[in-house]
Design a binder for this molecule. Structure first.
Ligand code: 6PG
Length: 467
């Protein structure tokens, strides 16, 4: 029997979908799963694709069934299960084999695992896979780290199974060790900011405008034909239009206001801070999800804390749409700044325009904006700053006023708009040549003699505070 070109370990939702996608593209795929009783039903459901799928119950047989140097994709929970799997599989592998972690792993772990495997002449690839189950089955966006050797092995398979944007595969080798997982983490951070910004616009329409869910859904559906064209606006429109079959009410009105999170948004905010940055839009989105889980406190606080609001003049729909465009640009720009800082820190030479390009299809943040951002990043913007690229500056010039009006409406009406306001605060900070941290420096010097620099003389100075 001829050997498989790749192995897939882990037949959960994402692993199954990726294995079927590979089989559908004509690749011979060895498959296995920790719970062996999942394997036969998977093969049954694969129908005619089963001819390209080679099931194995035992790990040893699975490994022997893959041609060398092997490539094995693991779609298993990240963290301890991955470390246990590395320990189990290492003695069974040969020099030059590659194993891939396709989960949302922390890139620090990926770096450690790559170094550990390299000691045995084995290759470890951290690969971000975006697009959910449907993306994995029909074309995900994939962000690949690891060695050039691994990329040479993986490239034909990943290019074939990836999403395509006008024929261009939405996958690339972005850098060594943890680069792929880091880029996926930041993708998710941007995803958090974008989702929360959309939710804030929904809150204004619902709470200040009194709009029913379906009407907001119709508005979003219309926006999806314009500058906000994106997967997240599309699904938000659909979600808001859906009716609960049991009650006849909008489904969204029946869902608890408590958002889950698995960690990637938080990691983006944490890594940004560690790198001397602040992805404030992402951090605001993470905070909004965290506060949402404090339902009991919010219930009590609603009656105890004064709002002292003014009546909200809900901005018109055009303003809301335009504000969301501005916030989306600023959220993405913060994400690219974090990527640049990490690229410098870890010596990854990340190709920013290429990252924007591989996010244009397949992934959760895919949008028409990303094509414009890719062009802007290629145009060598001043200071390397996306928001200073002429095309993006023009878009901000025509949208920032709307963001200002929408944030003002939220603030005066007491409707929280943390991501919209964080985005605007960052925009205003970065365009202010002389800000207010001269006072921070004076305060630091006053209590800690930290010293400060002066506008009019060079050197380090202290103030006359004790005089
Ligand atoms: C994707 C998604 C996917 C998932 C994340 C976010 O790119 O396909 O980002 O990876 O939705 O796990 O999950 P949380 O919102 O639960 O953190």
């Amino acid at each position: 029997m001829s050997k498989a070109q790749i192995g897939v370990y882990g037949l959960g939702t994402m692993g199954s979908a990726l294995a079927l996608n590979m089989a559908d593209n004509g690749f011979q795929v060895a498959v296995t799963n920790r719970e062996v009783d999942w394997i036969a039903p998977f093969i049954m459901e694969a129908g005619t694709l089963a001819k390209n799928l080679h099931p194995h119950d035992a790990l040893e047989d699975f490994i022997k069934g893959i041609k060398t140097p092997r490539v094995i994709l693991f779609m298993i929970p990240s963290g301890a299960p991955m470390d246990m799997m590395i320990d189990t599989i290492t003695p069974l592998l040969d020099a030059g084999d590659t194993i891939i972690d396709g989960g949302n792993a922390n890139f620090h772990d990926t770096r450690k695992r790559s170094a550990q495997m390299a000691k045995n002449d084995l290759h470890f690839v951290g690969m971000g896979v975006s697009g959910g189950e449907s993306g994995a089955r029909h074309g995900p966006s994939m962000m690949v780290g690891g060695t050039n050797h691994s990329w040479t092995q993986l490239k034909p398979i990943l290019q074939a199974i990836s999403a395509k944007f006008q024929g261009d595969p939405c996958v690339d080798h972005l850098g060594p060790d943890g680069a792929g997982h880091f880029v996926k983490t930041v993708h998710n951070g941007i995803e958090y900011a974008d989702m929360q910004a959309i939710a804030e616009i929904y809150a204004l329409l619902r709470d200040a405008g009194g709009w029913p869910a379906a009407k907001i859904g119709d508005l979003f559906e219309g926006w999806n034909d314009g500058a906000l064209h994106s997967y997240l606006i599309e699904i938000s429109g659909k979600v808001l239009q859906a009716t609960d079959p049991d009650t006849g009410k909008p489904v969204v009105d029946l869902i608890l206001d408590q958002a889950g999170q698995k960690g990637t948004g938080r990691w983006t905010a944490i890594e940004a801070l560690k790198l001397g940055q602040s992805a404030s839009a992402v951090e605001a989105a993470v905070g909004a999800r965290s506060w949402s889980s404090e339902e009991a406190t919010r219930e009590v606080a609603q009656s105890l804390l004064a709002a002292d609001t003014s009546p909200t003049n809900l901005p018109d729909a055009d303003d809301l749409e335009t504000a969301l465009i501005a916030a989306r640009i600023l959220g993405h720009a913060q994400g690219f700044r974090v990527l640049q800082a990490a690229s410098d820190e870890y010596d990854w030479s990340l190709d920013m325009p290429r990252i924007a390009e591989i996010w244009r299809a397949g992934c959760i943040i895919r949008s028409s904006l990303l094509d414009d951002l890719a062009d802007a990043l290629r145009s060598d913007p001043p200071q390397g700053e996306l928001i200073l690229a002429p095309a993006i500056r023009t878009r901000l010039e025509t949208s920032i006023g709307a963001l200002r009006r929408v944030v003002t409406a939220g603030i005066s009406g007491g409707i929280p708009v943390p991501v919209l306001s964080a985005s605007l605060a960052w925009y205003d900070s970065i365009r202010t040549a002389r800000g207010s941290t001269n006072l921070i420096q004076a305060q630091r010097d006053f209590f800690g003699e930290h010293g400060f620099k002066r506008l009019d003389k060079s050197g380090n100075f202290h103030g006359p505070w004790k005089a």
